[in-house]
Design a protein around this ligand. Structure first.
Ligand code: DGY
Length: 420
């Protein structure tokens, strides 16, 4: 076994606490994060299925009664993170944040079940997982698309997972910062502040959060009242894929849902309309301010992951993706480097993220094997050279942000041990 595989496994084990895993062993993220945890569970499935299912079980244990799976679960009352459990002040079973994150868990669970060849009989054990995921995806439709437009909204940039992406600059510029806002950041004391979001972004994150809290996180009110309401191509692509994968899982346990099947068709139709294949541009919608957002972000290409049943759209997406990265030695910059808002080193404004590469690879592997393989190899090489960092420069490969980052280790394992 290569020594890097061993180090990857050790990184995950070292970040593991009782029954869940931290995103890193530094003080930066002292809790369980929703989509981190799903990627981590996938990583474990390559060498320890028990840990994998425990990770998922713990994440689902924080599900709210209405179905939402929070973006952070604070299993330990740690004050080393802002906003901490007191500042959110919610979550019954487990203290949590009051917002969610991309529902990648459905796709991860399907992959694990397929790869492990788990029989229907053995699957019984995991029925509760599938039913909880179903409740979560229904929650999105009910509360994040109450008018049944076919597209899901996010109500805080943190819900996307790509917190300070230039995608949010315009809608965020409209958010009036709460007067006398008081909070103390810790992240920029741990990581070089030039590689973290700006103060003005944080002021607005906390302002939106405080406003959601004032409404007691009532999902019926939030959609209409939140200071931020955006339909994002990346998020909807992950959601559509989650619905399709849940549909597969429900079939497996003979619990089909015609409601979800119908929404899949609607979601796919509406998602395709957000891509103009002639001009090769993506249109994200700022519903709060009734305007369009057109930013060349790698997350737009998550549309490949959603396996749209339209060959010509898929072909245009691939052509456009090849253009997106044609001058780059390292793949994929989170924002196209020739764009005016690109920043080489600042969090989600330019650096490479391993989860994005994994999502794109999964989307490409059944559409353009050769290109997919290039991405797989380039990602493996980058991580082997620069270790398990949180993000990397697309110019020099420089590793940045947290060290010993769990999802970089988990997805490295997944890339290297699962050649398709
Ligand atoms: C952070 O603190 O940077 C997280 O991404 C927010 O969820």
């Amino acid at each position: 076994m290569s020594s890097m595989i061993k180090v990857a496994k050790r990184t995950l084990i070292n970040n593991r606490r009782s029954k869940y895993t931290l995103p890193t062993n530094t003080k930066l993220y002292p809790a369980q994060w929703n989509w981190d945890s799903a990627f981590i569970a996938l990583g474990y499935s390559n060498f320890n299925l028990n840990y994998s299912f425990q990770e998922i079980d713990t994440l689902l244990s924080g599900q709210w009664e209405d179905g939402m799976i929070p973006h952070i679960l604070f299993h330990i009352k740690d004050l080393n993170y802002t906003p901490n459990y007191k500042a959110w002040n919610c979550g019954k079973q487990v203290s949590s944040s009051g917002i969610t994150q991309p529902p990648i868990l459905a796709s991860v669970l399907k992959l694990i079940i397929e790869r492990q060849n788990i029989s229907k009989r053995k699957m019984k054990k995991y029925y509760p997982f599938i039913l909880k995921i179903k409740k979560c995806l229904e929650w999105f439709i009910k509360y994040r698309d109450p008018k049944r437009t076919g597209l899901i909204s996010i109500l805080h940039p943190w819900e996307s997972g790509y917190d300070n992406s230039p995608l949010w600059d315009k809608p965020m510029s409209k958010v009036k910062i709460e007067p006398k806002l008081s909070y103390k950041r810790k992240d920029n004391k741990i990581v070089n502040p030039n590689q973290r979001p700006l103060k003005i972004d944080y002021d607005r994150y906390v302002t939106i959060k405080n406003h959601l809290k004032k409404m007691k996180y009532d999902p019926k009110k939030l959609y209409h009242k939140s200071k931020f309401n955006v339909v994002d191509v990346g998020f909807n692509s992950l959601f559509l894929k989650a619905l399709k994968d849940l549909d597969f899982l429900l079939d497996y346990i003979d619990k089909r849902s015609s409601f979800l099947k119908k929404y899949i068709l609607l979601n796919e139709k509406k998602l395709i309309k957000l891509f103009n294949s002639k001009k090769m541009i993506f249109k994200n919608k700022d519903l709060k301010n009734n305007s369009l957002i057109e930013i060349p972000s790698i997350t737009n290409f998550f549309m490949l992951f959603s396996d749209i049943k339209n060959k010509s759209v898929n072909r245009s997406l691939i052509k456009s993706l090849k253009r997106y990265c044609k001058n780059e030695k390292y793949l994929f910059p989170s924002i196209k480097p020739n764009h005016k808002l690109f920043e080489e080193k600042r969090y989600w404004r330019g650096p490479i993220w391993i989860n994005c590469n994994w999502i794109i690879y999964q989307g490409l592997k059944n559409k353009d094997k050769k290109f997919a393989e290039i991405i797989r190899k380039k990602t493996i090489n980058l991580v082997e050279k620069k270790k398990f960092r949180e993000y990397y420069s697309c110019k020099s490969g420089l590793g940045m942000g947290a060290k010993n980052f769990s999802w970089s280790a988990a997805l490295y394992l997944d890339f290297i041990l699962n050649r398709s």
